[in-house]
Write a protein that binds this ligand. Sequence first.
Ligand SMILES: [Zn+2]
Length: 128
Amino acid sequence: MKSLKGNKLYSIFTGTCPVCQEESMYKDPNPYHISRLFDMHERCSNCGTKYKMEPSFFFGAMYVSYAVGIAFATAAFVISWWIFKLSLLSTFIAIVLTLIVFLPVIVRWSRNIWVNFFFSYDGKKAKG
Ligand SMILES: [Zn+2]
């Protein structure tokens, strides 16, 4: 993971600040603590980046979550249908379960991808 630092993928997968990638944008980095799923810091305490550019900024992440959801559903389909050769009904159930189980991850990754559309990594702001 460390070798990805400086790449947007690092911020997306770890939920770290999109500018300095030094610390988590979330008060609780574990997305499975559901009650704190949407709890984000206002700013990065390392570089001062304000994550929420405008009040409904993360509303747009919803559009990203469709794409991320479809990616997870496609993966579940390929694994159940092509690899495990499950029936159509079992494949359908596997897709639904996958989406439910990974929902917190999908929500977080969508926000991370969304925020990375608007901010770029700045190595000068990283601790080095
Ligand atoms: Zn930062």
